[in-house]
Design a protein around this ligand. Structure first.
Ligand code: FAD
Length: 395
């Protein structure tokens, strides 16, 4: 693992202020990428988390890196940059960046009608420069021989997509940042924020003040309550209110289930009309609840029928899963800005608090870590962030 200070070329190029004190609240995919990028540029970084590294939404994610179905155009572009940033990180870290599994995604069609629609979509994506190849049924089966041939009409391959082992990415980047001097404080909850820093509470009830030149909020669904302590309304959907079924309308709670280790023969991310699946770090297969997601809140017992439903759907596609059983189920609450896009911006005029909140955060994390670090230390806002400021919520 390359430590941030070893990358002298980038440090020199950035021309950034060295030893600026930066607090990062949140050790998820966003906070850990930021910690790495800021330390690399010479900042004195402290990361604070109410729990452990990659323990919140970043642990309950399908973690698919893609720019597929992302609208509007600026958001699509941001996701393309996200994918490219992970590719660059893989080259930088070499074999040690084993968190980006760039195995490609095959979207399968099970009927000629589905194939026709998929083909149109692929042609559109290719016209925008996105890499995609239309496959006949035989091509799909050559790439994914464990699929049941009776159920396949064709498909589209997106060869540059992949999935991130989020625990591996977060812990490796945080480790590299710490080796270069960053400090990580786990189990400290931020209870208030001001322009000079934050107050935290520890499990034993004690409190601490942390001062900084800049505090970056990368606390996912925690950003909103933290800013509320300073009477600032942060425009993400209130996660405390969307766990019940009455606040329906947004797919905020998602379910990820994983089998135990199994010789499934699954080689790619595979998307069907009612399931998406991929290999996982335990040697099993992970499923996501698309399009079941968001129908039921956390309090609704029907949500627990989803893992069985997903396993049944997967078994129909892959006979090799016949004996597989569900080993873990994770429920994740999406981090959702009110318009479903990304927020990366200063809070107020003093330039002492910056906040990042986004869905698709796994895809975007390496790019956001890079450009937000540059903005916070160097003062220059990357053009890809132009549409993702807070001013769009002003009305
Ligand atoms: C079911 C599901 C599927 C998804 N699939 C994909 C996908 O395929 N591809 C993709 O790109 N994205 C996907 N996402 C979205 C992605 O997972 C999130 O955008 C991303 O994980 C958000 O990361 P984060 O670092 O912003 O937040 P988090 O991972 O939530 O991290 C925030 C951290 O802040 C800490 N924190 C919160 N409040 C406080 C406080 N007061 N004091 C101190 N610490 C605090 C928390 O403990 C946590 O560790 C999915 C999400 C879900 C739920």
């Amino acid at each position: 693992m390359q430590s941030p200070n070893q990358d002298k070329s980038l440090h020199e190029e950035s021309g950034s202020e060295v030893n600026r004190r930066v607090l990062i609240v949140g050790a998820g995919v966003i906070g850990c990428n930021l910690a790495y990028e800021l330390t690399k540029r010479g900042a004195a970084v402290t990361v604070i988390d109410a729990a452990e590294v990659a323990s919140a939404t970043s642990s309950a994610t399908f973690a698919w890196v893609n720019a597929y179905n992302k609208t509007p155009a600026e958001y699509n572009k941001l996701n393309v940059l996200g994918l490219e940033a992970h590719e660059r990180a893989s080259r930088t870290f070499g074999s040690e960046s084993h968190w980006f599994h760039q195995i490609g995604n095959i979207h399968i069609a099970q009927t000629p009608e589905e194939m026709a629609a998929l083909k149109r979509k692929a042609e559109h994506l290719v016209s925008t420069g996105y890499r995609a190849s239309v496959l006949k049924a035989g091509d799909v089966l050559e790439l994914e021989p464990a699929l049941d041939p009776e159920r396949i009409s064709g498909g589209v391959l997106f060869p540059h997509e992949g999935w991130i082992d989020t625990f591996m990415m977060c812990s490796s980047l945080l480790h590299a940042a710490r080796e270069a001097g960053a400090v990580f404080l786990s189990y400290e909850t931020v209870t208030s924020i001001s322009s000079t820093g934050i107050t935290t509470k520890r499990p034993d009830g004690s409190t601490r003040q942390h001062e900084a030149d800049v505090t970056i909020l990368a606390a996912g669904n925690g950003n909103r309550p933290i800013l509320a302590t300073a009477d600032i309304t942060f425009p993400t959907v209130d996660s405390a209110r969307r766990h019940d079924t009455t606040s329906a309308g947004r797919p905020s709670v998602g379910l990820i289930s994983t089998t135990g280790p199994v010789d499934s023969g699954i080689r790619h991310i595979v998307q069907g009309k009612d399931i998406a699946l991929r290999p996982d770090r335990n040697g099993g297969v992970t499923f996501t609840d698309s399009p079941t997601g968001g129908q039921w809140g956390l309090q609704d017992p029907r949500i627990w029928s989803v893992p069985n439903l997903l396993l049944e759907r997967a078994k129909r596609l892959y006979p090799s899963l016949a004996e597989a059983t569900t080993e873990t189920v994770r429920l994740g609450t999406r981090v959702l800005p009110e318009d479903g896009l990304t927020i990366a911006d200063w809070i107020g005029g003093s330039r002492s608090i910056y906040a990042v909140a986004t869905h698709s955060g796994v895809t975007l994390s390496a790019h956001l870590g890079n450009v937000v670090a540059e903005e916070v230390l160097g003062g220059q806002r990357h053009p890809s962030l132009d549409s993702f400021g807070l001013s769009r919520f002003a009305s």
